[in-house]
Design a protein around this ligand. Structure first.
Ligand code: NIG
Ligand code: FE
Length: 400
């Protein structure tokens, strides 16, 4: 069955084949987003079959009129920690009155997650994914990292895998309390038995990537040497690399990620010139994923997206949905913050939360024939309304 979608006031394709030289182009962002105005789409068997101007649309088995709404590629949320139980709202409240974030609260979520049953965890994660879909996110990456025993990391990844192929092994989230006096033994566990178990049935059976919280400014996280050992082991086991880097202060995370060819280095809040140069040189390989919900929820300075984009860095946006630094699953919220606080244009922010975040997961996020029909629809005539109507639930996944 084929379905023709009409009544699309503005279609963001992320495809350079569209948007150039369009007679009614009013915004320089149109070229970046590959915008088609008064557009139509044909979808067949879950794939895009045709994209173009409504006046040239072919016939299809069924038709649906979207009534003058904008359609965008579904958001790709390329950084989340959805597998957790428990509540840390009191920690958030304490931060709002001045207590700084140092990663220590992760232990609270680890204890609650270990204590939860498989079914409790599964229900929690599925509800979070549904909440994201209702806000326009059609693709989600999910990390482990609140288990921190072999069995608890494996079950976290298994539960995540039931909902997405984009799973990330984050056994190196923090050093768990029981290893506090023997950090090296925990790094050995992560790079040995845990990694072996994660990749036992083939390199990417349970996890597509490995991640590490590389943060010398947290007593709980990993320093540059530990992070290098963890990432190198993961790469040797066939996993793609992701890094939490430069979140709480200056450090080695960003340069290490670029050196090792990570797909993404995330946070990038504190960068010196050498970090920016390394990211610019790694363009096409390593994406800088900015997570402004974290700065919002930890009362921290926002990363300077403008500086990165002007230096030629590939910038992505994601939610970092997690119980500690950002319990928001909303990509529209991240877009609004990026535009208001980080110097991104509305077009750059939308591109970052779809095309660039998608690239960091190895995905092509163009709306073009042959691509999966992963789309979102706005109760608004253009993508500008994502940031303009901040906090208003105008975007959701397009159910076909
Ligand atoms: O991305 N920085 C490390 N991990 C998470 C926070 C985890 C937590 O506090 O529970 C982050 O910010
Ligand atoms: Fe994170």
């Amino acid at each position: 069955m084929s379905l023709l979608l009409t009544g699309i006031s503005e279609l963001t394709t992320n495809d350079p084949a569209h948007g150039d030289g369009h007679a009614r182009r009013a915004d320089p962002g149109d070229a970046l987003l590959g915008i088609v105005r008064d557009a139509a789409l044909v979808v067949a068997d879950g794939e895009i079959a045709w994209v173009g101007s409504a006046s040239e649309a072919p016939d299809a088995d069924e038709r649906r009129d979207l009534g003058g709404r904008a359609v965008i590629p579904g958001f790709v949320d390329s950084h989340t920690h959805l597998v957790f139980a428990g509540d840390r709202s009191a920690e958030f409240a304490a931060r709002m009155t001045g207590t700084p974030y140092d990663g220590g609260g992760i232990a609270v979520s680890v204890a609650a997650t270990r204590a939860a049953s498989d079914d409790e965890l599964r229900t929690l994660v599925a509800a979070r994914v549904a909440e994201m879909r209702a806000q326009g996110t059609t693709t989600v990456e999910i990390k482990s990292g609140y288990g921190l025993t072999l069995d608890d990391e494996l079950r976290s990844l298994r539960i995540a895998r039931e909902l997405t192929p984009h799973t990330t092994f984050l056994g190196a989230h923090v050093v768990p309390r029981e290893y506090a006096t023997d950090r090296a033994a925990y790094v050995d566990l992560v790079t040995g038995p845990m990694l072996d178990a994660v990749t036992a049935d083939g390199a990417t059976s349970l996890a597509a990537s490995i991640d590490v919280f590389c943060e010398p400014h947290s007593a709980h996280a990993f320093d540059g040497d530990e992070a290098r050992a963890i990432l190198t082991a993961g790469r040797d086991a066939g996993l793609a690399l992701r890094v939490h880097g430069n979140q709480l202060g200056h450090g080695p995370g960003v340069r290490l990620a670029c050196e090792l060819g990570a797909r993404s280095v995330d946070h990038c809040t504190y960068l010196d010139d050498a970090d920016v140069e390394a990211l610019a040189a790694a363009r096409g390989t390593t994406v800088a994923t900015l997570l402004p919900g974290v700065e919002f929820s930890t009362r921290s300075p926002y990363p300077d997206a403008r500086r990165l984009i002007d230096a030629g860095v590939d910038v992505a946006l994601a939610s970092d949905c997690n119980p500690g630094t950002c319990y928001s699953s909303s990509i529209p919220f991240a877009i609004a913050l990026a535009v208001r606080e980080m110097g991104m244009t509305p077009a750059e922010a939308l591109h970052a939360a779809t095309a660039v975040s998608g690239r960091s997961l190895g995905l092509d996020r163009r709306v073009a024939p042959g691509q999966p029909a992963e789309l979102a629809v706005l109760d608004a005539p253009s993508h500008l309304h994502l940031a303009y109507r901040a906090g208003v639930p105008i975007v959701r996944a397009l159910e076909l």
